[in-house]
Design a protein around this ligand. Structure first.
Ligand SMILES: Nc1ncnc2c1ncn2[C@@H]1O[C@H](COP(=O)(O)OP(=O)(O)O)[C@@H](O)[C@H]1O
Ligand SMILES: [Mg+2]
Length: 299
């Protein structure tokens, strides 16, 4: 089942059309990366999903239930971490989390257990300091614990890693991987390496619409490169190859690239076998997310 389904979403601020018929489908138990440059409309989309923003047209369905602006009934399925989370900084992490549980009406013993479990999960189990002394990464981790309190079916995080250093980012990404079995994770980012690291599915937001979306592996296959890379063990072999296959281009030390419109992989394999050329690797070059993103952004 799809946990989130958006069709034809439109939103304008004044005369600026930010969302221009956005369609998005987030499958259950995916880790979904919502990619777009600054100002693309990621936060706007998330706020619309939360029913916090009045949209101009379109439909949003969460866990099979339609989202209605101003009515937050679908939010019982959602845990949300905003881009800049705010806390009561005079409290400690356990105090704050317990307070949040109480506010939502959780039973005392259940609240205790849930808070302990979540603080453990986000690596704040032994943390006794007040939140005001927390690093950004610690605050983000506490925010994730808070968002998970009520066992959401959909966890929405707005750029959870953008302001963090590589260590802090890895900690967040590890937590998101760990919670995948319990929930569906949708997070926005412009950091492509984070997507590459953990996402099962992605969507590229550009010019108010989702340009490309789907399983990361399928997208990579679809936009599969038509180029092959050959790396030889000896430099001398490079020259032999280039002599026979003049349309190969050198791209690095002992590395050549050829396009399948010029030669087939079978030509190449036959030749290197026949001539006893020692090959370190021969592979189809993988499209990078960056090159995909650039392609989508050009449209
Ligand atoms: N309340 C608002 N009033 C006017 N313009 C807004 C408002 N919120 C967002 N915008 C504009 O909408 C565009 C998309 O913003 P946003 O959704 O925050 O982008 P992102 O989260 O992808 O960086 C930006 O150009 C931003 O300036
Ligand atoms: Mg934003």
């Amino acid at each position: 089942m799809d946990m989130l389904y958006i069709t034809g979403l439109h939103k304008r601020f004044g005369d600026k059309e930010v969302l221009n018929g956005l369609n998005l489908t987030v499958p259950e138990h995916s880790i979904f990366g919502f990619i777009g440059k600054n100002g693309a409309g990621k936060t706007t989309t998330m706020k619309a999903v939360l029913g916090l923003l009045k949209t101009d047209a379109g439909e949003i369905v969460v866990n099979g239930e339609k989202v209605v602006y101003g009515q937050t009934s679908t939010n019982r399925y959602i845990g949300y971490l905003p881009d800049v989370p705010e806390f009561y900084s005079f409290m400690t992490a356990p105090e704050y989390l317990r307070f949040c549980g109480e506010v939502t009406g959780m039973k005392k013993s259940e609240n205790e257990n849930r808070c302990r479990e979540l603080l453990e999960l986000v690596g704040l189990g032994d943390e006794t300091h007040r939140i005001k002394g927390f690093s950004r990464g610690m605050k983000q981790r506490l925010g994730i614990a808070q968002a998970l309190l009520n066992h959401p079916k959909l966890l929405i995080l707005d750029e959870p890693t953008s302001a963090l250093d590589p260590v802090g980012r890895k900690e967040i990404l590890d937590i998101l991987m760990a919670v995948r079995e319990q929930t569906t994770v949708l997070f926005s980012t412009h950091i492509l390496s984070d997507i590459e690291r953990i996402c099962t599915d992605v969507a590229f937001l550009n010019n108010g619409v989702v340009g490309v979306q789907g399983k990361l592996s399928e997208i990579k296959t679809k936009y599969r490169s038509k180029e092959y890379l050959v790396e030889t063990e000896r430099e001398a072999d490079l020259l032999i190859l280039q002599k026979t296959f003049p349309n190969m281009q050198q791209t690095g030390r002992n590395q050549l690239i050829f396009h399948e419109s010029h030669y087939t992989i079978f030509d190449m394999l036959c030749f290197v076998t026949e001539k006893h050329i020692s090959i370190v690797k021969i592979e189809r070059t993988e499209p990078t997310l960056e090159s995909l993103f650039m392609e989508v952004a050009r449209k």
